[in-house]
Design a binder for this molecule. Sequence first.
Ligand code: ZN
Length: 329
Amino acid sequence: MVDDRNILPWQRHNWSLLSAYITQQRIPQALLITAGKGQGKRHLAEQFAQALLCANKRDDGYYCGQCHSCTLFHARTHPDFLTIIPEQTGKAIVIDQIRQLITKLGLKPQFENYRVVIIDPAEQMNTSAANAFLKCLEEPTERTVILLLAEQPGRLPATITSRCQKMPIKPDLQAAQAWLREKIPDQDVEVLLNMTRGAPLLARQYARDNIPELRNACFQNWLGVAEQRTDPVALAKEWQQLPDRLVLFWLTTWVIDLIKCHHQPQMASGLYNPDLSRDLQELAEKLDLKRLFSFYDLLLIDNKRIDTPLNKQLLFEELLIDWQQLNLR
Ligand SMILES: [Zn+2]
């Protein structure tokens, strides 16, 4: 039976597989857990890690929560639990970190149980780190389980992925909705899940950070530019102070939705932003499809440019002036 105290409801299927690895004593040497941002990869990996480390596991493979190992795990001081993350958020995992890991793995685990390594996000290992890491998979050390977490597993070399068992976390919309309704009862759960492509943990974070309000304000301003009542240059100045990747992502989804509305009017269900369908539909009717596609091409280019050190205000200015022109008739 699955204990659901700490298992997230949309991960029950994953947990039943993981606990079966434990109860049947066929622990994979390396497991690749994949899911989009905000689906709880790290949480699932840590549940599995604690269960592997626990000295007093229950018959169903779940950890006891009380033994010495569990106590150390909770205090995040378990000597047989290693986490490799980028030294700075968004940066690469570098070869020095992997070399230190290899040195540690050369020693025996301190306790009688397994040793668990989490690498998160695994696709952030740069080429030399990934090459060095391959050694950990080719020459496994005893009682060691490596958990690789990835949002974009396609960015990992095939030499690594081919040596891992795969475990995707699939979004379970119903379970996610029910969980969110309980956690954030005063919020529009459906809108939040749409905004996060079905990622419950990210949706909860969005609610806490008032992201839907921010998106709605951006959308209204964007409509304002289309209707020639908002100054694109002033708006660009405002937007470059916001989370720029997110704003650019929203812009991109609005344009995709406009194109969809053009092709299939009255089809709110397939949209990125079904809650904005009325405004989008109205706007789509006024726009020239060919020019909309050129604008979409510009957005695709900017989605790549935004990661480079460039002037964000100029980027938004260019986009918003283009957007204003597109709406001039
Ligand atoms: Zn325990």
